[in-house]
Design a protein around this ligand. Structure first.
Ligand SMILES: Nc1ncnc2c1ncn2[C@@H]1O[C@H](COP(=O)(O)OP(=O)(O)O)[C@@H](O)[C@H]1O
Ligand SMILES: [Mg+2]
Length: 360
């Protein structure tokens, strides 16, 4: 039993001229999961997706799909359709013909095409709209046609390259939910590319964070957000406060750290292998900090002066000046009750602090 690895990438490298775009990519993806490739523009997400689909050949490494080495197979033999930003629907073709296109190319028998297209359209809840043209449909419906076109091929993996970036914010949110529901209902394995961290956090079973052609972290949205493995990941996913610290005492997974100029200490729990006297970085999210609250022993504490604040609806975001030019960002909830000004105390509970090992 156990989980089935559907896609296995082993030491994948891709070079364009002198540009080493993908560096030693090792990645295993399980069947039935929604996986997001996340990273800023230019970090190699599309290149990896196209390499998986077979539009690029890799310079080094192996790509296994469903137990088969596919390095030398052309796209149509890999069965990994891609959906792009524009959906690439044919404007002059009906919904039915758009969905049937891949099967027509394969010259499947007419009766089979009829059955499979109808089934695929039913799965994305577009039954009855077979004769419409793309321009007669909403953005969300067009997205579903694009999904139907991928689903109809009975593909092991569906690859989506920033498919929602053309939609306005509200529609994007709706279609996100729809996409995720289709994936869950049908148990599809989807690889979804985005540079939008909120999109990644809200849709995915697993997120793979790319940093200049290298995978910095692969984990659940919670792991990526609360336990970022590198400074880059912590910084890219949301807002955080970084604190330089030095390990002072280590006892199992409990580490006492010194930080700041007053030899304050904080005790955090971590899996990292550390030695005494090692430089590390602490990441503390704005929502994990509190202003003017009594700290517990072992908490992180510091002082700050309120510089400005910003009302964000469910919270008020405070910008504070700390010691030695340090800036703090702290979110306060329960607003309307309190408003902070002047010199304040800032605290964070030890269990809300994440330790990042600094690369040497
Ligand atoms: N066909 C290509 N030929 C040459 N360079 C390319 C090609 N495709 C992508 N690149 C380069 O590879 C890098 C990664 O691009 P890409 O995979 O598109 O990033 P992302 O999708 O994360 O924005 C960029 O530096 C880009 O210029
Ligand atoms: Mg791209």
């Amino acid at each position: 039993m156990g989980t089935q690895v559907l896609l296995d990438l082993k030491n994948v490298n891709k070079v364009f001229g002198s540009n080493h775009v993908l560096k030693n990519i090792d990645l295993q993806i399980e069947a039935g999961k929604f996986i997001t490739f996340l990273g800023p523009s230019g970090c190699g997400k599309t290149t990896l997706l196209r390499s998986i689909a077979g539009f690029y050949t890799v310079d080094e490494g192996e790509i296994w799909i469903d137990g088969k080495l596919v390095n030398d197979l052309p796209p149509y033999k890999r069965g990994t359709p891609m959906v792009f930003q524009e959906y690439a629907l044919f404007p002059h073709m009906t919904v039915f013909d758009n969905v049937a296109y891949g099967l027509d190319i394969q010259k499947r028998p007419e009766a089979e095409i009829q059955d499979r297209v109808k089934a695929a359209l039913a799965k994305v809840k577009l039954t009855g709209l077979e004769e419409r043209y793309p321009h007669e449909m909403s953005g969300g419906q067009q997205q579903r046609v694009a999904m139907a076109r991928a689903i109809v091929m009975d593909s092991p993996i569906i690859l989506l390259d920033e498919p929602l970036s053309n939609l306005d914010a509200k529609l994007r949110e709706e279609v996100r939910v729809e996409l995720r529901n289709i994936q869950l209902d049908l148990g599809l394995t989807v690889i979804y590319v985005t540079h939008d961290q909120l999109e990644a956090l809200s849709m995915s079973d697993q997120i793979v964070v790319f940093n200049k052609g290298v995978i910095d972290q692969h984990g659940t949205p919670h792991e990526i957000y609360y336990k970022p493995s590198t400074q880059y990941v912590a910084d890219f996913i949301g807002t955080t406060n970084f604190v330089d610290a030095v390990t002072a005492h280590i006892e199992g997974d409990r580490v006492t750290l010194k930080y700041g100029s007053n030899s304050d200490t904080v005790i955090v729990t971590t899996n990292e292998q550390l030695t005494v006297g090692e430089q590390v970085l602490l990441s503390i999210r704005p929502e994990s900090m509190r202003i003017n609250q009594q700290p517990d022993p072992g908490d992180f504490i510091t002082n700050g002066v309120v510089k400005s604040s910003m009302f964000l609806g469910e919270k008020e975001r405070y910008f504070l000046a700390g010691d030695e030019g340090k800036e703090w960002i702290v979110d306060a909830y329960d607003i309307g009750q309190t408003s902070f000004q002047g010199i304040v105390k800032i605290r964070a509970a030890a269990d809300k602090i994440h330790l990042i090992k600094v690369a040497k």
